[in-house]
Design a protein around this ligand. Structure first.
Ligand code: GLN
Length: 388
C-alpha cells in the first residue's frame, strides 16, 4: 500500500477538454477517414524552403536566435508589411518573431489582460481565445456573429463595451466561417474604441488567403487602429509549414515592450534555422502573393464537386474553410453528424459547435480545403453519398 497521498489538483480550466482538432484528428486516423478537418495542408511545402532551412542547420545556425527574432527576418517582415499595408513598423521595437501564432495570441493576452478585465471576442471563434483569457483572470465576453454571413453587429459591440473592456479580439479572414472584414467594419471598430484604452488583438494568420479580388483589410492598413493593435500572424499558413511553429507579432512599441516581457520567459526565442529560411524566402513576394489564387482554385473545385451533395454550402471569402449546412435534411447534433461522417462515410470534418463556448449547434460543419486535389475529390465523393 502506498503511503504517498496523491496530489490534488484544482483545475484552472475544469470545463475544458482536449481541443477539437486533436479529438477529430485521432478519430479520423482511427477510421482511416479522408481528413478535411484540421486546417493544415496535406501537401508538401516548397522544397526550396526546406533546402534553405537544412542549409541553415548545416551552416551552424542551431543556437538561440536573438530574443525578439533574427534581424534579417524582422527586416523582411517590416518591408513586406510596409509594401502591402503602408505602415512602417520599427524593426527593433515593433516586430517580434514568436513560436507560432498561437503563442503570439497567448503572450498578448498574458501581457495585457489584468484580473477582471473584459475581453470581447466573436463566436464562432478559434477555440483558444476564451480559455487563455480565463487563465489570466480575464472575463471573456463572447458576441455571436450574425448568420448567414457571420457579420459583426457593431451596435451589439457598442452595447457590450464597458469601462472594464480591455481588449477586443478580431480574426480576419475568419476561422471557421471564411468571412472577411471590410474597411467599413474597421472604421466602426475605430469609432467604438476611440478615446478608450481598449487594445485590439488581431489574429490575421490567413492574411494572404483572400478571394474574389478582395484585399485583406488588416489593422496595419488602418492608421488609427494600428496604434492600438497587436497583430498576430503566421508563416505556417502562408508557406504550408504549420508544423514549424513560427509566427510573428506587430505592435506599437509601447504595447510590444509588454509582449516581449512575456515572450522572453515563455520561450526566449523562436527556432533559429526556420527564421533563417523564412528571411530568405520572403525576399520573393510571389511566395505569398500567389496564395489567394492557389486556394481560391481549391475552394472552387471543392464547391463544384459538392454540388450534388445534400449539403448547402455557405460562401467563403478567405482562409481555407468552407461551411456546410445540413439543417434541411437532418436534425442530429453537429457532433453526431461529424461522428457519423467519419464512421459511416470515411470523411472527417469539424462540428461548428466546437467554436462556441456555449456549444451553439447551428447544424453546420467545417471543411478544410487545404488539401491536395485527390483528397478533396475523395472527400467530396464521400460527402455526396450522405443521406438524411
Ligand atoms: N488553425 C487550425 C484549424 O482551425 C488548427 C490549429 C490547431 O490545431 N491548433 O483547423
Amino acid at each position: 500500500m502506498s503511503l504517498i497521498t496523491p496530489v490534488h489538483v484544482t483545475s484552472k480550466l475544469p470545463d475544458v477538454g482536449t481541443t477539437i482538432f486533436s479529438v477529430i484528428g485521432q478519430l479520423s486516423a482511427q477510421h482511416r477517414a479522408i481528413n478535411l478537418s484540421q486546417g493544415a495542408p496535406n501537401f508538401p511545402c516548397d522544397p526550396q524552403l526546406v533546402a534553405s532551412v537544412a542549409e541553415a542547420m548545416q551552416q551552424g545556425h542551431n543556437q538561440y536566435a536573438p530574443m525578439t527574432g533574427l534581424p534579417a527576418l524582422k527586416q523582411a517582415l517590416a518591408d513586406k508589411v510596409q509594401q502591402l499595408y503602408g505602415r512602417r513598423y520599427d524593426v527593433d521595437s515593433e516586430v517580434l518573431i514568436s513560436g507560432s501564432a498561437s503563442q503570439g495570441l497567448y503572450m498578448a493576452i498574458a501581457a495585457l489582460v489584468h484580473q477582471g478585465d473584459e475581453v470581447i471576442f466573436f463566436e464562432p471563434s478559434f477555440d483558444s481565445y476564451a480559455p487563455i483569457v480565463r487563465l489570466h483572470g480575464g472575463v471573456p465576453v463572447g458576441l455571436k456573429l450574425e448568420q448567414p454571413d457571420f457579420a459583426i453587429n457593431w451596435d451589439q459591440v457598442q452595447a457590450a463595451i464597458t469601462p472594464r473592456t480591455r481588449m477586443i479580439i478580431i480574426n480576419t479572414p475568419h476561422n471557421p466561417s471564411g468571412q472577411i472584414l471590410s474597411q467599413a467594419d474597421l472604421d466602426q471598430l475605430a469609432r467604438l474604441t476611440r478615446s478608450t484604452n481598449i487594445v485590439v488583438l488581431s489574429d490575421e494568420v490567413y492574411e494572404h488567403i483572400v478571394f474574389d479580388g478582395h484585399t485583406h483589410c488588416g489593422m496595419a492598413g488602418h492608421e488609427e487602429l494600428a496604434q492600438r493593435s497587436v497583430i498576430v500572424s503566421s508563416f505556417g499558413k502562408t508557406f504550408h509549414v504549420t508544423g514549424w511553429r513560427v509566427g510573428y507579432c506587430l505592435a506599437p512599441a509601447e504595447l510590444m515592450s509588454e509582449l516581449v516581457k512575456v515572450h522572453q520567459f515563455m520561450m526566449f526565442s523562436a527556432d533559429t534555422p526556420m527564421q533563417v529560411g523564412f528571411a530568405q524566402y520572403l525576399q520573393n513576394p510571389q511566395h505569398y502573393l500567389g496564395l489567394s489564387a492557389f486556394y481560391q482554385q481549391k475552394r472552387d473545385r471543392l464547391r463544384e464537386m459538392l454540388q450534388n451533395s445534400p449539403f448547402k454550402l455557405l460562401p467563403s471569402a478567405g482562409a481555407f474553410f468552407l461551411l456546410a449546412s445540413y439543417a434541411h435534411f437532418s436534425d442530429e447534433s453537429d457532433s453526431d453528424m461529424v461522428k457519423r461522417l467519419i464512421v459511416d462515410h470515411g470523411v472527417a470534418t469539424i462540428p461548428l459547435s466546437a467554436f462556441y463556448t456555449d456549444g451553439t449547434d447551428n447544424k453546420l460543419i467545417r471543411l478544410s480545403f487545404a488539401k491536395d486535389d485527390a483528397t478533396l475529390q475523395a472527400g467530396a465523393e464521400a460527402l455526396c453519398k450522405v443521406t438524411g
